[in-house]
Ligand binder design. Structure first.
Ligand code: ADP
Ligand code: MG
Length: 482
């Protein structure tokens, strides 16, 4: 159960527009590349010149099928394109072609971890549609222009059930969805360029009450703004209700400068769009053989790979899910696990020390200055008791900063080898016992803390090079013999 905010439960559903990575548009042969001079990538079809007809792009359908297979959806054998009618300067046809009543991808779910809790968000559908153009407001000349380069760009709109209960869960869902579409390669995921845009539908209600009225925050194109916008919207709605006002269904925009959402228009209903099947396009027929041939060409999916990591490497599910955040991270893990023969240690180091540094920098894990092979060598030295964990962190730091390239050489140069000579260690322990009679007395009176203090003293005396397990053992034996 999600925690309540001021006695209210939060309900969130997402609509995400993923731009499909085809070379050409969904119904024309014009290119889809980003950033070209305005109106250089719009052909007669995109300009809606009279007499032109749309032709379905097979690659766009294939990408939709791939998505459906990745999230366990049903691929509709038969789906229909409709006209969504509205007037706007960036829509020269006067309607957008979009699947409405029968979408190509139906049902499915997206699974992810929220902290260490497993969540599943059900998908309603994912449908194919075309993007509109863009109005450019050139304030310095006091004019607005229309750029139709984006008109007709293929989109997959992915719609969830209202299954999310907090901004954190919504962001975790969006990140997981982003991972899936980039992993299978149907979308470049570039949020700044608008390739992956999320609309968050947010409502609040008292527990047990029917769903509240929602407001839809449009075009969230960064995970940071997504969280800020949703949190602001939740607070705003609760305040409105507490002040005795009703929430009016609306489409709102988030302004990152003020951190506030503001109403753009009160929300239209589907009926306002006068949807009807597009007579220019035949129904989209996807035969089972087509689905199977797409399936057979798909790379291993993240959730399948995660299950394999659990089975083959004995990893906890949480580790396996985290390590399959990206193909690069998964490949790094497999290389390090195989080379060291220590999958759990490899997982700990990759999720901890390595991720921390990769996340702090600009370069991805592919460019990490410590390679999977080098990390495996370091892990092997922990596993064979040559160095302690603390010492290994120093070695890692040195390798990361380019102070050395070879694990054993760095261990040698920094004098970090663990003291495994029990004679020398016994001497240290005797000295520590002699120097700390109070702790010894307390230990004999049954105080565990005093024992830990003695271990700490011995570790310190060895300059951190003693093997803590060995210190423990020797110290216990010595104290017992007193
Ligand atoms: P529309 O077609 O008008 O956009 P939908 O019924 O398709 O409306 O819902 C759009 C999105 O809003 C879906 O993701 C859905 O889960 C979500 N949603 C619907 N009702 C609510 C609600 N009361 N609170 C939060 N989200 C909602
Ligand atoms: Mg909608």
């Amino acid at each position: 159960m999600n925690k309540l905010i001021q006695g209210y439960e939060v309900v969130i559903g997402f609509e995400t527009h993923a731009q499909l990575s085809t070379q050409s548009k969904i119904f024309s042969r014009a290119p889809t590349a980003f950033g070209a001079e305005p109106n250089t990538q719009a052909c007669a079809v995109d300009l809606a010149l009279p007499g032109t007809l749309p032709v379905m792009n097979r690659g766009a359908v294939e990408r939709a099928i791939e998505f459906g297979l990745a999230v366990n959806s049903t691929i509709a054998p038969h789906s229909v394109f409709a006209r969504k009618n509205y007037f706007y300067p960036d829509l020269p046809k006067g309607y957008q072609i979009s699947q409405f009543e029968i979408p190509v991808v139906q049902g499915g779910s997206v699974e992810f971890f929220l902290g260490d809790e497993k969540r599943s968000v059900r998908l309603v559908r994912a449908h194919l549609e075309e993007d509109a153009g863009k109005s450019l407001h050139e304030d310095f000349v006091g004019q607005s222009g229309i750029d139709l380069n984006r008109a007709g760009t293929p989109l997959l709109e992915i719609v969830t059930e209202p299954d999310m209960g907090s901004s954190d869960e919504a962001v975790a869902y969006a990140k997981e969805l982003h991972k899936i579409v980039t992993w299978i390669g149907i979308c470049d995921g570039n949020m700044q360029e608008g390739s992956f845009r999320c609309d968050a539908n947010v409502s609040v209600r008292k527990p047990g009450a029917p769903l509240g009225t929602r407001r839809e925050i449009k075009n969230l194109n960064s995970f940071k703004f997504m969280k800020e916008a949703i949190d602001y919207e939740i607070r705003w709605q609760i305040e409105e209700i507490e002040d005795g006002r009703a929430i009016v269904q609306a489409t709102v925009l988030f302004d990152p400068d003020t951190g506030e959402t503001r109403s753009m228009r009160t929300k239209e209903d589907a009926a306002d769009y006068r949807y009807f099947p597009d007579p220019d396009l035949p129904p989209l027929v996807v035969a089972p053989e087509w689905v199977e041939s797409v399936r057979s060409q798909m790379a291993e999916l993240p959730r399948v790979m995660a299950a394999r990591f659990v089975k083959d490497y004995g990893l906890p599910e949480y580790d396996a899910t985290t390590l399959t955040q990206s193909k690069a991270m998964a490949a790094y893990f497999e290389a390090a696990a195989q080379a060291s023969g220590q999958p759990k240690l490899a997982s700990n180091w990759i999720m901890g020390e390595l991720s921390r540094r990769v996340n702090a920098g600009d370069a991805g894990i592919e460019q990490a200055p410590v390679s999977a092979k080098t990390l495996a060598a370091l892990i092997s030295r922990i596993a064979d008791n040559t160095i302690s964990n603390a010492a290994a962190r120093q070695v890692f730091e040195a390798l990361w900063n380019g102070e050395g390239h070879e694990v054993d050489a760095v261990i040698e140069a920094k004098g970090l080898k663990q003291m495994n000579d029990s004679g020398a260690l016994e001497k240290i322990i005797d000295e520590v016992i002699a120097a700390n009679p109070d702790n010894v007395a307390q230990f004999r009176a049954g105080k565990d803390k005093a024992f830990n203090a003695l271990v700490g003293q011995a570790m310190k005396a060895s300059k951190g090079k003693a093997n803590p397990a060995q210190v423990n053992e020797l110290l216990r034996a010595r104290l017992a013999a007193l």
